[in-house]
Design a binder for this molecule. Structure first.
Ligand SMILES: C[S@@+](CC[C@H](N)C(=O)[O-])C[C@H]1O[C@@H](n2cnc3c(N)ncnc32)[C@H](O)[C@@H]1O
Length: 432
């Protein structure tokens, strides 16, 4: 090992950044994000550096870098000079930053490109909200050590970090995550089986490289995968080898599982503590019965998450080189099912992009086209992001609902289905 990796607590400490280059600005920003008091300058003397925790130098000029290095050495302050490991006391690793979880990668200065490549791979492996899992673990650390017998602690921690509670934390439901974690703590104390979790996952149109990162991670964690006939082998091959695979789909000349049986199987397995992946072609909520499966699990008081997938229309259009809303020839696109759902009223769902700033005009147009003013609407801003915000109401109120929306990317969903938006964001039922 050429360099010893250390994590430096810079909170409230003075850090000096010398130079005005982009590299200097990046270093200043990084030090600030670690809580340092950053002092930026073009040149520096030994006296300027007294009491500093570290110096970053990035002037871009060898002689100026060398002068700054000498000043730092004379002041006894450790120094890093950008792109000059021979002048540096310490080097900066490539970093994967997930709040409390930080991964540092170093090649000992041999190849920054290799470090960047490795960083990209680790970025893809670690969910964006991974810090929430660390916070969850911190919350339970004292209780777990005090209440769980040492021999059972490891299993508890693995489950907390990989299991249902972690998935709820990753999708931003920290209260739900804590509730599940409490049941797991209880189960570990009393040696009973904790609850599992169901994930309703979109497999995309068929190319395994079009799986989302979340879908790929879940395939690696599943105890059991209930999949449709349309999901190809190439996607199932990405799953954990030890998982049980259940084909619940319909094929020509063969009757598939009844919907009620699929739901019953999922409920039974989640109650038995398993991580259940319900893998559906495309997106689970586009012409699939994902919503009914979510309802069944919620009604049973069980945790469930939904992972969207690339729906066939988008996958096929891209593959065929068709831009569905090429502005020169089209301004809207409608997804329709060849056969109407048996019991549904056959209502239409509008998903309107780039419309929040014109909500009143959208409302007037839809009303003029004969829409019922009481039709449910939802505005989704920053969808799927940590700062996601959803407002729901009726079409007649759309203009009022839109006030305060639109700072982030937003779209409007109009139709009976929009009434479900609030229900789907509601906390999970109490788990006993
Ligand atoms: C029950 S629907 C499920 C749709 C799926 N939930 C989605 O979002 O794509 C099944 C239909 O989707 C379409 N489909 C799914 N995957 C497809 C693909 N790779 N190429 C063309 N059509 C596809 C076909 O029309 C198929 O009959």
């Amino acid at each position: 090992m050429k360099h010893l990796p250390l994590f430096f607590d810079l909170a409230g400490r003075r850090v000096v950044v010398v130079g005005g280059s982009p590299a200097a600005r990046r270093r200043a920003e990084m030090a600030r994000s670690a809580g340092a008091a950053v002092y930026e300058c073009e040149t520096v003397s030994t006296a300027d550096l007294k009491g500093s925790a570290a110096v970053f130098v990035a002037t871009g000029d060898f002689d100026s870098d060398l002068d700054a290095r000498r000043a730092a050495t004379a002041a006894g302050v450790p120094v890093n000079v950008a792109d000059r490991p021979q002048l540096s006391d310490f080097i900066l690793p490539a970093i994967v930053d997930r709040d409390e979880v930080v991964v540092a990668i170093s090649t000992g200065g041999a190849s920054p490109t290799l470090a960047t490549l490795l960083r990209g791979r680790i970025e893809a492996m670690l969910p964006a909200q991974f810090g929430a899992v660390a916070r969850l673990a911190r919350t339970f650390r004292g209780q777990a050590n005090a209440l769980i017998e040492p021999g059972r602690r490891r299993a508890f921690w693995r489950r907390l970090i990989e299991g249902p509670a972690a998935w709820l934390a990753l999708r931003g439901d920290e209260a739900g995550a804590r509730r599940i974690a409490l049941t797991e703590l209880d189960a570990a104390r009393h040696e009973t089986t904790p609850l599992g979790i169901a994930h309703i996952v979109g497999a995309g149109p068929g190319d395994p490289d079009l799986l989302t990162l979340k879908a790929a991670q879940l395939l690696q964690q599943a105890d059991v995968i209930l999949h449709d006939a349309l999901v190809p082998e190439a996607i199932l091959d990405r799953a954990r080898r030890e998982a049980a695979f259940i084909d619940v789909g319909k094929r020509k000349g063969r009757v598939g599982w009844a919907q009620a049986d699929i739901e019953a199987e999922m409920i039974c397995r989640v109650r038995a503590g398993q991580t259940v992946v319900r893998l559906k072609a495309g997106d689970p909520f586009v012409f699939g019965r994902g919503a009914e499966e979510v309802d069944a699990l919620r009604a049973a008081g069980l945790p469930v998450t939904v992972v969207p997938g690339i729906t066939a229309a988008l996958g096929c259009a891209a593959s065929a080189g068709i831009a569905l809303t090429d502005r020169r020839v089209a301004s809207s696109v409608t997804f329709l099912s060849g056969h109407a759902a048996h019991d549904a009223a056959g209502g239409h769902t509008h998903v309107i992009y780039m419309a929040v700033s014109e909500a009143a005009a959208v409302r007037d147009r839809l009303l003029a086209d004969g829409a019922d003013p009481t039709t449910p609407v939802a505005i989704v801003e920053n969808g799927t992001r940590p700062d996601e915000r959803i407002s729901t109401g009726r079409l007649a109120d759309l203009a009022r609902l839109s006030v305060g929306h639109g700072t982030g990317p937003s779209l409007i969903i109009v139709g009976e289905v929009a009434a479900r938006a609030a229900a789907d964001r509601a906390p999970l039922a109490e788990v006993s």
